[in-house]
Design a protein. Structure first.
Length: 203
């Protein structure tokens, strides 16, 4: 997650970006979109069940009850092991991670009341750290003026910087680039600030 220094820089970038546009920008950084414990548990159960066909190859002195107990021990051990976050995230399919992150992004769009701004000019910059997911969601007033390709290019640059370990700089540059597009699509006609400028952190 970002340091307090970079949080301050993001807030300043948002303030600067909004000074030249009627749009409202909100940035959200989530640690993770889901704990995915159900997936790690399913993996543990699946692998434990695979032991059943192998019972016939176990030593003759292991009876049915002992084999059943061994399955339970294996299940519990794997369930605990798979709760280690780096391993858990490797077990979750990429489509599932992106689906959960995308759902959270849309919930946050509503939670941060970006859908209720005047002239429908709300913009959400959403990042979920565990899923390595970045998305920019624009309300109707902006979507009609700015193409998806423009947002996609900003997201791709964001991801490239994050991969180089420059998450803080990536956030600031993303806000600045969005600000340039917003000034062209919805230039400032009034002084307003409907929504908070600070980076919203979801733990």
């Amino acid at each position: 997650m970002l340091t307090s220094e970079y949080r301050r820089k993001v807030a300043e970038a948002i303030k600067q970006a909004e000074s030249g546009t009627d749009a409202e920008v909100v940035t959200v950084l989530a640690r993770e979109a889901d704990n995915y414990l159900y997936i790690s548990t399913l993996w543990a159960a699946f692998l434990a069940l695979l032991l059943a066909p192998l019972i016939q190859f176990l030593p003759w002195w292991i009876d049915y009850k002992q084999a059943f107990t061994l399955q339970w021990i294996l299940f519990i051990a794997l369930a605990l092991l798979f709760r280690w976050r780096p391993l858990t995230m490797r077990l979750v399919p990429k489509k599932v991670k992106y689906w959960r992150a995308a759902n959270l992004a849309r919930r946050e769009f509503l939670e941060q009341e970006l859908h209720s701004t005047r002239h429908r000019l709300g913009l959400l910059i959403f990042v979920s750290q565990a899923e390595h997911y970045v998305e920019i969601l624009a309300d109707r007033g902006l979507a009609e003026q700015i193409t998806d390709e423009s947002w996609r290019e900003i997201v791709e640059n964001f991801v490239r910087e994050v991969k180089r370990g420059k998450t803080g700089e990536a956030f600031v540059h993303c806000v600045e680039k969005c600000g340039e597009l917003l000034r062209e699509a919805a230039p400032a006609t009034e002084i307003k600030n409907e929504l908070p400028n600070h980076l919203v952190i979801l733990n």
